[in-house]
Design a protein around this ligand. Structure first.
Ligand SMILES: [Ca+2]
Length: 133
């Protein structure tokens, strides 16, 4: 038996556009929680959330400004804890898209995140990195 993620069904959620629980125009963590039974019914083993931290959103949330909090559009740390507990109660794992140690405010190429530029050692992607003082 290999790692749990081999053969697992992982549902990627961009929280901002997934489900708006309070009608303010932004998808949110409570919206994800409201859809957990639906996601479970699809046979999902885990949900994978795009970055949920505060961000100026110049890079779709991948330009994290505070790793210790949740973006106010999405809810609060308590909302995240409630979502995690509700997911675990259904046997769903929760994965977070963490963008650690970004050194650039945004990538050059659309679709290339700072995490990719920071973790790759391939010359092809390394050339996309921008450093600013
Ligand atoms: Ca909302």
């Amino acid at each position: 038996m290999g790692p749990w993620w081999k053969g697992a069904v992982v549902y990627h959620i961009y929280v901002r556009s997934f489900f708006d629980s309070d009608g303010d125009g932004h998808g949110d963590l409570a919206g994800v929680m409201a859809k957990l039974d639906y996601l479970k019914s699809l046979g999902v083993d885990a949900i994978w959330l795009s970055p949920i931290h505060p961000s100026p959103n110049r890079d779709w949330g991948y330009d994290v400004s505070d790793y210790d909090d949740v973006h106010p559009d999405y809810g609060s740390v308590a909302d995240f804890q409630a979502l995690t507990q509700a997911a675990h109660a259904r046997g769903l794992k929760v994965l977070l898209d963490e963008v650690l140690s970004p050194s650039t405010p945004r990538p050059i190429a659309t679709g290339v995140t700072t995490s990719q530029t920071m973790t790759t050692s391939t010359p092809t992607m390394a050339r996309w990195k921008i450093s600013r003082p």
